[in-house]
Design a protein around this ligand. Structure first.
Ligand SMILES: NC(=O)c1ccc[n+]([C@@H]2O[C@H](COP(=O)([O-])OP(=O)(O)OC[C@H]3O[C@@H](n4cnc5c(N)ncnc54)[C@H](O)[C@@H]3O)[C@@H](O)[C@H]2O)c1
Length: 163
């Protein structure tokens, strides 16, 4: 029997690049999987191999009530929903990247807490590290100085999510 069998698992951002692979893995383990994604960047076709085995909610998670709807009855949440773009977009839209990614952590976490979800896994990024981070990179580098300047809005939001 798989560890995941019959576990109620929510994957936010589950129609995205990484999330859709996680959803396939969980569905193979016979978890009861719900995907919450507004399809801003993800695609439903990324889930075509498992579409009959999962629940899908097209929903914007920058809203607390929406997050509560998705969290209700869940045992585990993997929070992958994030505004993820390219380097040039990140560089020229720092405020938008900071705000969106902060909301996509704050509201899912608050909703999970209020709805009594026991386990919450927040996905971070290497963009939290400063440009001169030592290599190999210990996690302590992620609280030193500033995130690398190109991704500073995204990086600060993700640092806050980790904290
Ligand atoms: N791809 C990488 O190299 C990488 C590296 C480090 C960390 N990450 C992290 O992994 C996670 C997934 O990244 P990815 O590369 O799969 O990106 P992605 O853009 O493919 O997936 C993110 C998903 O979030 C969804 N989303 C965005 N805004 C939303 C909103 N307001 N409401 C609901 N859903 C929303 C998008 O539609 C998308 O499906 C992110 O948290 C990202 O920060 C990715």
């Amino acid at each position: 029997m798989s560890f995941w069998e019959n576990k109620k698992v929510l994957v936010t951002g589950g129609a995205g690049f990484i999330g859709s692979h996680l959803v396939e893995f969980l569905a193979e383990g016979r978890a009861i999987v719900t995907v919450a994604d507004n399809l801003e960047r993800g695609k439903f076709e990324n889930l075509k191999n498992v579409e009959k085995d999962i629940n899908f909610m097209k929903i914007d998670l920058r809203n607390l009530d929406n997050c509560k709807k998705t969290c209700k009855g869940q045992e585990v949440i993997f929070n992958l929903a994030a505004k993820v773009t390219g380097i040039e977009y990140n560089r020229t839209h720092q405020k938008e990247m900071f705000e969106n990614n902060l909301l996509l952590q704050t509201y899912p976490m608050k909703a999970a807490y209020e709805m009594g979800v026991q386990r919450f896994c927040q996905v971070s990024t290497a963009c939290i590290y400063p440009h001169d981070a030592i290599v190999p990179t210990p996690e302590s580098e992620g609280t030193r100085d500033q995130p690398e300047p190109t991704n500073i809005g995204y990086g600060w939001a993700k640092r806050m999510g980790e904290r």
